[in-house]
Design a protein around this ligand. Structure first.
Ligand code: CTP
Ligand code: MG
Length: 252
């Protein structure tokens, strides 16, 4: 890769088990339209001219398999590196980030589990970082009303309050960062974890959450309904339908 500060690298955490999807291969290797979710996700990233390098954090025991899979889907001539992922998403991202050359100034983090993200979202996130934001997340308004509850397994759960829906966003990936910002918050989170003890903070579920935790500024840009995450079996049904619609549209 001709790595300059203007070209972004992408980290793709793909080391999860996919427990909520049910029994089977690790989620990133499960197929959508005959192609693994991970391959869809990587293709979606490299379709963007902003992305010059992709680092995949694969299941720790599946690095060779993932390399073969990417090669087998025509990605062998792209600048793609595969590293072993970790026990948590956060650790997988940190390990992927460590494999990015020092001169790369912008890093996107994109879930393998979001195979259908449109290239416009990738471009929009990368250009917002290029324009000066230190952390950028794509997001969409919520369809459902949301309530905060006191969790009770099996319920009923007392409702605490109802946040104003107009101020809520469902956050997607790719999330984009100034590289130093992302590296710094991951290093701080690791240091906190190592210090551990009763003060250990709850894990965050996205990278922007780490930036927020350490006082950084995160901005939202418009996401896309097709950038949804494949989490449960029904999501795979929806993803197949979206893909079929795209393929039909391309045939005309
Ligand atoms: N991920 C990862 N390393 C982990 C856990 C998750 O790289 N130790 C990745 C997943 O592969 C996925 C993304 O983080 O691309 C988002 O996580 P999620 O949707 O929760 O995927 P899984 O953890 O695989 O699913 P589940 O939580 O249902 O087991
Ligand atoms: Mg998970």
């Amino acid at each position: 890769m001709n790595a300059t500060a203007a070209v972004a690298a992408a980290v793709v955490p793909a080391a999860g088990r996919g427990e909520r999807l049910g029994p089977g291969a690790p989620k990133a290797l499960r197929e959508l339209g005959g192609v693994p979710l991970l391959v869809h996700a990587v293709r979606a990233l490299i379709r963007s001219r902003a992305v010059g390098l992709v680092v995949v954090a694969a299941p720790a025991d599946g690095v060779a398999e993932v390399v073969a899979l990417l090669d087998g889907h025509g990605l062998e001539d792209k600048d793609i590196r595969v590293v072993a992922g970790g026990a948590t998403r956060q650790e997988s991202v940190r390990l992927g980030l460590a494999a990015i050359p020092a001169e790369v100034g912008i890093v996107l983090v994109h879930d393998a589990a979001r195979p259908l993200v449109p290239v416009e979202v990738v471009d929009a996130v990368a250009s917002a970082v290029r324009a000066g934001a230190e952390a950028v997340v794509p997001a969409v308004p919520l369809a459902d009303t949301v309530k905060r509850v006191e969790p009770v397994p099996g319920g009923p759960e007392p409702v605490l309050d109802t946040p104003d829906r107009a101020t809520l966003r469902a956050v997607q990936t790719p999330q984009g960062f100034r590289r130093e910002t992302l590296a710094e918050v991951h290093a701080k989170a690791l240091a906190e974890e190592t210090a551990g003890g009763a003060d250990a903070l709850p894990p965050v579920t996205d990278d922007a959450g780490l930036v927020e935790r350490f006082g950084g500024r995160v901005v939202v840009v418009p996401g896309h309904e097709e950038a949804f995450k494949v989490t449960r079996p029904l999501d795979l049904v929806l993803a197949e339908a979206v893909l079929a619609r795209r393929r039909a549209a391309d045939a005309y």
